[in-house]
Ligand binder design. Structure first.
Ligand code: TRP
Ligand code: ZN
Length: 881
């Protein structure tokens, strides 16, 4: 029986398990309409939970949708009246301290559309067990503090499934009757069930090796369907770079003799760090110059690294319970971010990550699902794989590094890995290791783990000419979030510099340092700098040193000045974003009152100066030219007026294009590339700047500009330029249906057999302010290349429209919301994890202007009224309303 009302579980209720499972021996018999799973568990009483009496608690295992075939204890089958079994639990009386439990279950992977547990993707069997998918395979203590040594025997038809994989090393293989075969895998490392994996399919492999720092040779293997095998080189290079980097930067070596990656098309997330057998969404492995853009190349590199790094931060040291999720995810995102910064452009990486924080994470922190990086309760853990856990969790780890210093941080990570190797640890263990290794007191810093919401810093300053003293006063506050009305002050590292009238950095102390990290701990503090001859201009929160909002009363001239002179490239970018945001907000407010204001010429001129700047790093320059996104503008709005925001932003873009057409065109032409495609930082920077120019030029309502995009498309020698040209053409101010139809048709023709590229084809159209109308999106759902069971396709089309197309999603009388609600209601039965994620745009309804708000709410209420909602949707919808 399913609970009528799903219940929340609380961190404060954590208790260690009554039993351990020392060994887990699994046998999978895979068939075309079912799979038989035999599990032999070496169960042992947890002595710490014993009160000394001989009476032992029942063993209570969880399952989901399981068909129980048989149960035996120490080889003796149990009579049915001695235990309690249902589709979602198995409860047995226990008679001895340690025993072998054998459970046989029958499951139906072919019918599993949730993509959790064992399922089929394009004819291959694969698994996804994090967070609680293992219980869809067999009854188990499916919690990460129960760590077990796994052995897995897989048997299947040899013709259909020549490749049989699981975690660890393959120890035996052989043929069976009926053209079947088997392989047995043994994983010598204890692990929780969420890291279990199995793959069976007809796969091609790319082989390589890596020699570790102690001279051990590790086999590296990437598996894909045959037609994709030539797209694995970049992932392999990225893997080897990651292995080397983790040795050099963290002193961490890989531990098994083999490391495998498998690409699958149907996958709920990006990738999964299963021990020795990572399973990836195809879109995060495959890359070739004609099918993958620079952004995809970088994403593949980052995700391969992320999953590889989990081998230490996640697998060797895992999480005690799911409230500690950020222990592995925040730390691993920090590790992959530093890796990407070292491999590519550090400055651009910081801008990208801060953009993600300032738009999407800040919005999450201000929404109904806001939670601390260590949540205190949840209903469905799948809903907590969030930007807060991952990206804010990363920023919290980064702040620890800033506070204790890089050397101490490394000492702290060594101590953490040494202390907790082979254990299930907590966020507290991590902070304690950093504290013990550095001697720095992180007591107050721990508030970052307990409190949700984005802190706001109100900064004011004053200068006393007579004494030459400059005072910077910083007041911190944090808005209320669900369940947390008041907050304690955080320990916030605020990196600053002071600029003189020429734009030079002033010395901040007797040592002559020109940048300093202020440690803000009180609700309000004043920091005094001496020996100044005039009032400086502060450069605040350099490199985004903390995940907070800074309010300081910069004039527009100040922002133009910082945009030009700040020696911190991040803050130069940030100054431009602030200026543009202010200008757009001013236009929106005027529009709302029926007035119209032209874009401030200061912004237009400042953008012209950026275009003309020859000194600027090209990658940073390209970033600086991109206006704040609609999502960012919405996050910063008091009340969101979606159509006015979209309109004002597009007017500013057009004004910049009109004012600087010649310069943009000259830069565009100067940046034409010769030679073979290479996904290296310098080339990527040039392509990105050139394509940014193209995006501006097509803002002009001129046939020539549309033709420029079309001819770039026709001549494109790589996906970066082809993609950018297509996006520019279909969003161009000057439209010509014959041209867009031709380009979209050509793209379809070239790539219709490539599922990953086709994801992009759907996304580009769904998120286009020109093409992406509701009726167009609905028509695309019926397209031959669309697949309603593919999370990637659903995210591209429905997500591209609802989360990526402000103008079209919000236009009309709420038809967009009703469409999204319809989709969520259907998808909830099919794949609740994906449905819950797609619902996000509706959950932010309270921030919109009144009429919009009411329509969004209505759509949510309709979802809420549906009987038998999944726990995923139930949690999101009840918390949102
Ligand atoms: N642990 C995975 C990561 O590296 C996240 C993940 C992959 C996941 N697949 C999932 C989480 C399915 C929940 C459900 O970040
Ligand atoms: Zn991860």
């Amino acid at each position: 029986m399913k609970d009528a009302q799903p219940k929340a579980i609380f961190l404060k209720d954590y208790q260690a398990p009554d039993y351990w499972i020392d060994t887990t021996d699994l046998t999978f018999d895979l068939h075309e309409d079912h799979a038989l799973v035999t599990s032999v568990l070496g169960v042992r009483r947890n002595d710490d939970r014993s009160d000394g009496s001989s009476e032992m608690p029942n063993l209570s295992l969880v399952g989901i949708d399981l068909e129980l075939v048989s149960v035996a204890v120490d080889g003796q089958e149990l009579p049915a009246d001695t235990y309690v079994a249902s589709a979602d639990q198995l409860i047995l009386p226990v008679k001895s301290q340690a025993f072998d439990l054998t459970v046989v279950t029958r499951i139906r992977p072919q019918e599993n559309t949730s993509l959790e547990g064992l399922y089929k993707s394009n004819g291959m069997f694969c698994t996804q067990c994090e967070a609680e998918g293992f219980r869809k395979i067999t009854y188990y203590l499916d919690r990460p503090d129960v760590m077990s040594k796994f052995t897995t025997k897989v048997t299947a038809d040899k013709g259909r499934y020549p490749v049989l994989l699981s975690n660890g090393n393959d120890i035996v293989r052989g043929d069976l009757d009926d053209n079947r075969h088997f392989v047995t895998w043994e994983d010598p490392f204890k692990k929780p069930s969420y890291l279990f994996a199995l793959v069976a399919g007809d796969l091609e492999v790319v082989d390589d090796t890596f020699t570790t720092m102690t001279g051990r040779e590790v086999k590296l293997r990437i598996f894909t369907e045959t037609h994709n095998i030539h797209k694995c080189d970049h992932a392999m290079v990225s893997l080897k770079k990651s292995m080397k980097w983790d040795e050099e930067v963290y002193g961490r070596e890989y531990d098994l003799d083999i490391f495998m990656i498998v690409a699958v098309d149907h996958f709920n997330m990006g990738a999964m760090e299963n021990k020795g057998l990572n399973i990836f969404n195809s879109s995060c492995v495959l890359a070739s110059s004609d099918t993958a853009s620079d952004a995809s190349y970088q994403r593949v590199e980052a995700i391969v690294a992320h999953e590889y790094f989990h081998n230490w931060s996640g697998n060797r040291v895992t999480c005690r319970d799911w409230f500690q999720l950020s222990l592995k995810e925040g730390f691993t995102v920090f590790r992959d971010a530093e890796f990407s910064a070292d491999m590519n452009s550090r400055g651009v990486k910081r801008i990208e990550d801060a953009t993600m924080m300032k738009t999407a994470q800040f919005a999450e922190d201000a929404g109904p699902m806001a939670h601390p990086i260590r949540p205190q309760s949840f209903i469905e853990i799948s809903n907590f794989y969030t930007l807060t856990i991952y990206e804010k969790g990363c920023e919290v780890v980064r702040m620890i590094q800033t506070i204790v210093g890089k050397d101490n941080f490394r000492k702290g990570s060594d101590l953490y890995f040494d202390r907790h190797d082979g254990e299930a640890a907590t966020c507290e263990d991590f902070v304690k290791a950093m504290e013990d290794a550095s001697g720095v007191d992180l007591t107050q810093f721990r508030n970052w783990y307990n409190q949700a919401g984005t802190p706001v810093l109100n900064v004011t300053d004053s200068f006393d000419q007579a004494s030459g003293k400059y005072s910077l006063t910083i007041a911190q506050s944090c808005p209320a979030t669900p369940g947390q009305d008041t907050k304690l002050p955080f320990h916030i590292p605020v990196a600053i510099a002071l600029l003189d009238a020429e734009g030079n950095n002033l010395p901040l102390n007797s040592a002559g340092d020109t940048e300093q990290v202020l440690h803000l701990k009180e609700a309000e503090e004043t920091f005094v700098f001496e020996g100044l001859s005039a009032k400086p201009l502060p450069s605040l929160l350099r490199q985004f040193s903390a995940p907070v909002k800074v309010k300081y009363d910069y004039s527009r001239d100040d922002l133009v000045f910082l945009l030009k002179h700040d020696s911190d490239s991040f803050n130069r970018w940030d100054a431009g974003q602030r200026l543009a945001t202010e200008v757009i907000q001013e236009m929106v407010s005027a529009q709302a009152e029926g007035k119209s204001v032209a874009p401030d010429s200061k912004l237009i001129a400042a953008m012209g100066a950026v275009i003309a700047d020859q000194q600027l790093d090209m990658a940073v320059k390209a970033r600086m030219l991109v206006l704040p996104t609609e999502a960012s503008l919405s996050e910063q709005a008091e009340e969101i007026q979606p159509l006015l925001i979209a309109e004002a932003r597009s007017q500013v873009k057009q004004a910049i294009a009109a004012a600087h057409k010649d310069a943009l065109l000259a830069l565009y032409n100067a940046l034409e590339q010769q030679g073979d495609y290479q996904p290296v930082a310098s080339d990527i920077a040039e392509r990105s700047l050139r394509n940014t120019c193209l995006a501006y030029l097509t803002e002009l309502d001129e046939a020539d500009m549309l033709n420029l995009a079309a001819s770039q498309y026709d001549q494109a020698a790589n996906m970066t330029d082809r993609n950018a040209a297509l996006v520019a053409a279909i969003n161009a101010s000057h439209q010509d249906k014959a041209v867009t139809d031709r380009l979209l048709g050509d793209f379809l023709n070239r790539f219709k057999d490539d599922a990953v590229v086709m994801d992009g084809w759907f996304a580009i159209q769904a998120s286009s302010s020109v093409l992406g109308t509701l009726s167009h999106v609905k028509a695309l759902m019926e397209h031959d290349s669309f697949d309603k069971t593919s999370p990637n396709k659903l995210r591209s089309l429905i997500g591209g429209f609802a989360a990526g197309n402000m103008k079209r999603f919000h236009e009309g009388n709420g038809e967009g919301y009703e469409f999204l609600a319809d989709m969520i209601i259907i998808l909830d039965k099919q794949n609740p994890q994906v449905a819950a994620r797609l619902m996000t745009p509706l959950t932010r309804w309270k921030k919109y202007e009144p009429e919009v708000r009411e329509r969004m709410k209505k759509a949510l209420e309709r979802i809420k009224a549906v009987p038998d909602l999944s726990t995923d949707i139930f949690e999101v919808v009840t918390k949102s309303l």
